[in-house]
Ligand binder design. Structure first.
Ligand code: UDP
Length: 139
């Protein structure tokens, strides 16, 4: 096992539902440490930049509108195999397919309003962390 960092976002639907604390509890219960965090209302340009990899996908416009519809809670999680561990506790992209007891199964509404984001690989984790946090903001 290797110690890793990953970027997590609690999306506008989950922030509006007032479940930041419950989601943080799940990170902590699974051994992930929150080493940086900020709440932010994303601008259209910030959301488009973050999801640039999906810019050609049919759902891109709706995804950007959703991600700018309210504040998000952005955090860096650290721990053994943090990237995979976070993806495991998040559950599948579509909450209808997410395993019981995962964050998306318990808190997500739909495939687009699906409560959380988590980096999917070491390279994207490094890029996504640098997109939102400077080195002096990481503890
Ligand atoms: N998404 C969507 N419709 C789709 C597929 C994805 O709205 O048909 C959104 C959804 O919010 C998802 C995000 O686009 O979380 C990024 O998609 P990805 O396949 O990377 O899923 P994730 O890594 O978030 O599970």
């Amino acid at each position: 096992m290797s110690k890793e960092r990953t970027l997590s976002i609690i999306k506008p639907d989950a922030v509006a539902k007032n479940v930041i604390g419950q989601i943080y509890q799940r990170f902590e219960d699974s051994g992930l440490k929150i080493v940086a965090a900020k709440m932010k209302q994303l601008s259209q340009a910030e959301a488009e930049g973050f999801y640039a990899v999906h810019s050609e996908r049919p759902f891109f416009g709706d995804l950007v509108s959703f991600m700018t519809s309210g504040p998000v809670m952005i955090q860096v999680l650290e721990g053994d195999d943090a990237i995979t561990k976070n993806r495991d506790i998040m559950g599948a992209t579509n909450p209808k397919e997410a395993a019981a007891g995962t964050i998306r199964a318990d808190f997500a509404e739909s495939i687009d309003a699906n409560a959380v984001h988590g980096s999917d690989a070491p390279e994207t984790a490094a890029q996504e962390i640098a997109y939102f946090f400077s080195s002096i903001e990481l503890n």
